[in-house]
Design a protein around this ligand. Structure first.
Ligand code: NAP
Length: 494
């Protein structure tokens, strides 16, 4: 079944450009529903209202997307780099032109405050701009020959079809961060967005079509993740798989991809420590702590989960951080509060579980600690003090607006505690001592270290984690690595 998407009668109808709302998968340049008419409902987490339905494809229909991407590979990879660059640039420009609509779609289906959604659209578009430029950079490395009478060259070639699987917390940026890099390298892609937030990805497919990206180069397949992704992991034609999501599902996809030895990019969970030494600027530390904990309503892989505070400033930080947290507004994302709803009931239940467990182990609740009156999926911004290391919140991702604080006495002790985790995505460090900054930045087993600040992300930096927070990097030139093969050519010169 292939047809245009009818506009759902829901809050999405208020878009300036209603054609950005698509309900079908986008495969080979066509909008496709499931042959059996199966759909998945999408709701607004702020009030539970129905937003629309998207096609729920079968495993066979999902496999057909790989065929479409494979068929388009010769065309896409055969374009002059300048032409691929021009098309990615055009896609970027269309995202910026439709920023308000794209942000509105995101807030409606994901719940994040509208200012944050606008920020994510800027961030998402920046990957298309950045990789549009990278597409033009030379893909041949010169090497001095080590053989007499021979000339050697190293080429970078696109790996082929890449599968991209993205989460609901950054439904646009995680997709463009992958697709920009893969498509700049010359790969064609099949993408599966989270079933919670498919409209953001489908709107990007609509804009890809308008940008003139050839059919089959960028495909979006909606449906049940276990059904539509599994055939991609088995397919020999899918040469690379890039996943952003939980470490648990990352492990599963790693195993499923083993039989076909795929190139992998894994951007997985985090459990960021926030280290505050007594010599830090306290005003700045409190301000940055609020951002590090409560951005994206706490549903952020970069979210600070554990706050380690040096004992001489422990009481002052607890008091000031709790006071700043109490001032945060909580409401529907459309009202542009500091904190919106959580994604689903499972997420809210996890906040309750982490708070109850910490309390049972002796933690004090300085503010919050319970569901919020704004609606079933809202949780009060919460600060817990004196949280013991054994508490669940000190080693499991909380993924919500609950902060855990604990004191420390020495640098050696806090670095050991910060590293005592399977995760290694980002660590926040607050101190004014340059030698300590150097020592701690070296010692922290994290892919990213933010010193006296919170915001570190952007298209030109290598984003990714140590240990079980992931494999490979996204962003920067490095983000294209897994989407390319290295070919060494040695030519006889005699
Ligand atoms: P998730 O449950 O692991 O889901 C991520 C994606 O995988 C979604 O598209 C999901 O689809 C899909 N999926 C679920 N089960 C699957 C299966 N059996 N086979 C194939 N695909 C499957 O993660 P999430 O709850 O959406 O996102 C939160 C997690 O992502 C957190 O752990 C967070 O730290 C991590 N994250 C990491 C980064 C990073 O860059 N390191 C960035 C953002 C988020 P459905 O939603 O339709 O089930």
């Amino acid at each position: 079944m292939t047809q245009q998407t009818p506009l759902p009668k829901s809050a999405l109808a208020q878009l300036a450009d209603p054609r950005l709302v698509r309900q079908f998968s986008y495969i080979g340049g066509k909008w496709c529903g499931a042959a059996n008419g199966d759909t998945l409902a999408v709701t607004n987490p702020a009030d539970g209202s129905w937003l629309g339905e998207v096609a729920s494809l079968s495993a066979e229909e999902s496999a057909a997307a790989v065929d479409a991407a494979h068929d388009a590979f010769a065309t896409w990879s055969g374009l002059l780099p300048q032409e691929r660059s021009r098309l990615l640039r055009r896609w970027f420009e269309l995202m910026m032109a439709h920023k308000e609509d794209l942000a509105l779609i995101m807030t409606l289906e994901q719940g994040k405050p509208i200012s944050e959604a606008r920020g994510e659209i800027d961030y998402a578009a920046s990957f298309l701009e950045f990789y549009g430029e990278e597409a033009k950079r030379p893909n041949i490395e010169g090497v001095t020959s080590h053989l007499p009478d021979a000339e050697v060259e190293i080429w970078r070639e696109p790996v082929g079809v890449a599968a991209l699987i993205t989460p609901w917390n950054f439904p646009s940026a995680m997709l463009t961060r992958k697709a920009g890099a893969a498509m700049a390298a010359g790969c064609t892609v099949v993408a599966h967005p989270s079933g919670e937030t498919p409209f953001s990805a489908l709107a990007l497919a609509e804009l890809a079509e308008r940008a003139g990206i050839p059919g089959g180069a960028f495909n979006v397949v909606t449906g049940r993740a276990g059904t539509v992704v599994e055939p991609w992991t088995r397919a020999r034609r899918v040469r690379a798989l890039s996943f952003t999501g939980s470490t648990e599902i990352g492990r599963l996809l790693y195993r499923q991809s083993a039989d076909t030895v795929k190139r992998l990019v894994m951007e997985l969970g985090g459990h960021a420590p926030f280290l505050l030494f007594a010599d830090a600027d306290m005003d700045q530390a409190v301000e940055e702590a609020v951002k590090a904990k409560f951005a994206t309503s706490g549903q952020d892989c970069l979210g600070a989960n554990r706050f380690y505070v040096e004992r001489p400033v422990y009481d002052a930080f607890c008091r000031r951080f709790a006071a700043a947290t109490e001032r945060l507004s909580v409401a529907s994302g459309l009202d542009d509060p500091d904190i919106g709803p959580l994604m689903n009931e499972k997420a809210v239940a996890k906040q309750e579980e982490h708070v109850a467990d910490a309390r049972a182990r002796g933690a004090r609740v300085l503010t919050g600690g319970a569901r919020h009156a704004a609606g079933p999926l809202f949780f009060q911004p919460t600060v817990l003090a004196d949280v013991p290391d054994a508490a669940l919140i000190m080693h499991e991702e909380t993924f919500g607006p609950v902060a855990a604080i604990t004191p420390f006495d020495t640098e050696e002790e806090v670095l050991a505690r910060a590293n005592d985790t399977e995760y290694g995505l980002v660590a926040y460090l607050h101190t004014m001592d340059p030698r300590r900054i150097y020592r701690a930045s070296r010692s922290l087993e994290y892919g990213m270290v933010a010193v006296n600040r919170t915001k570190v992300t952007g298209a030109p930096i290598p984003f990714g984690g140590y240990k079980q927070s992931g494999i490979n990097r996204e962003g920067a030139r490095l983000g294209m690595e897994a989407f390319t093969e290295v070919k060494y050519v040695c030519r006889d010169w005699a």
